[in-house]
Design a protein around this ligand. Structure first.
Ligand SMILES: [Zn+2]
Length: 384
């Protein structure tokens, strides 16, 4: 089977505008399914909204084994206020740089694993199997992956390991922090601003809560790689006009958690700290992801990357979250590596680009990882 050229495929994907919102990832699904189906992949789609399509493509698989899974998101972030020097949808190549929105984050990652998967389709048809999970709606809180996990877990099936193709410059990462976003609301009693003693000021209650949050200390120890959990109050608003006592005020809280931290425990600690005057509600709940460097498959991933990069990578984690948080449980909690050919520093940037040479290197790494997974099926993919 002739695999698509990963650079041309990156260009084709970049030329499809999937800025989220509105996303319209169905364009990418159509393109990718047209490549994967003729190569023997069983392609299934899942919509979580109009034109918000995710694609799960599978090949091979045998009883007693779990497939190797890849995941990538097809949506991209808006262009930002600053003008671009390069057309964000032209996918122009200048030297080693391929410019465009999503070139690094993460259409080159998708192109690399789709290309690697198709190139070896005949080889891995009889092995433990491959599952490619292409998601919609990642950039606004992984809602495409969460919807897939919640409403169609049978499409995903289990996996023996998961590779998240986010931009890491081909450096393997052991995991990422979780994100727990909350809204805190205070209510009061309105009155004329000239008679505040007749009212109950919601902003004062909220301000006391904000100051209490400034001093909030997590009761769990820092993670050796991820460091400590963090908390930030991002927005605060309250009141309608200057001459009224405000009867409502609210703020939003962005908490980034580390491996082993339980979000429901944090919720209870915050309720205790803020007291009965404040109502807390959850806006986003994305768990952390972490695989120990001692895991046998992870050690193999590091060895393969080391061969291609020329030096053994150092175990690291990142603070941004990925679809892995949503996919981990339905896939059966496999080991997870974040590893992709996009430039780590280029995500969400003006004049975003990826490096052509790095994309080719990414395809080679992915091919080696798939081959080794097939060769060591009894070690890595046993379903027991
Ligand atoms: Zn991304």
């Amino acid at each position: 089977m002739n695999a698509p050229d990963p650079i041309e495929l990156t260009q084709s994907l970049v030329r499809l505008n999937t800025i989220n919102p509105p996303g319209h990832e169905d364009q990418c699904v159509e393109l990718l399914a047209d490549l994967l189906s003729p190569a023997g992949f069983d392609c299934r789609t899942h919509n979580y909204g109009p034109r918000r399509t995710s694609l799960v493509a599978k090949i091979g698989g045998k009883p007693g084994h779990r497939p190797l899974a890849f995941t990538g998101h097809m949506d991209v972030v808006p262009l930002g206020a600053k003008a671009w020097q390069h057309d964000p949808f032209a996918a122009t190549i200048l030297g080693d740089q391929l410019f465009g929105r999503g070139s690094s984050d993460m259409k080159s990652g998708i192109a690399a694993f789709v290309s690697a998967a198709i190139a070896g389709a005949d080889q891995w048809r009889d092995g433990p199997g491959l599952t490619l999970i292409l998601t919609a709606g990642e950039e606004t809180g992984c809602e495409g992956a969460f919807d897939l996990a919640r409403t169609a877990p049978e499409l995903l099936g289990k996996a023996g390991a998961l590779i998240v193709g986010e931009p890491t410059s081909n450096e393997p990462l052991l995991g990422h922090k979780g994100a727990y976003w909350l809204k805190a609301q205070a209510s009061g009693v309105t009155a004329h601003g000239s008679m505040p003693h007749l009212g109950e000021n919601a902003i004062y209650k909220l301000a006391r809560a904000a100051l209490a949050l400034e001093d909030f200390a997590f009761d769990t120890p820092a993670h050796p790689l991820m460091g400590a959990a963090t908390l930030n109050v991002g927005t605060a608003r309250g009141g309608i006009n200057i001459n009224s006592v405000p009867d409502a005020a609210e703020l939003t809280i962005d908490i980034r958690t580390v491996a082993e931290q339980d979000h429901s425990h944090i919720y209870r600690c915050l309720c205790n700290k803020l007291g009965g005057q404040i109502q807390l509600s959850t806006l986003l709940d994305v768990g952390s992801v972490y695989t120990a460097p001692t895991n046998a498959w992870m050690q193999d991933v590091f060895a393969v990357c080391g061969q291609h990069l020329g030096s053994t990578p150092v175990g690291k984690t990142v603070s941004y979250f990925t679809d892995a948080a949503a996919l981990k449980a339905p896939l059966g909690a496999p080991p997870i590596v974040i590893l992709g050919p996009g430039e780590a520093g280029m995500a969400h940037q003006t004049d975003e680009y990826c490096l052509v040479s790095r994309v080719h290197q990414g395809v080679a790494i992915y091919r080696d990882l798939i081959t080794r997974y097939v060769d060591h099926a009894n070690t890595f993919s046993s379903a027991s």
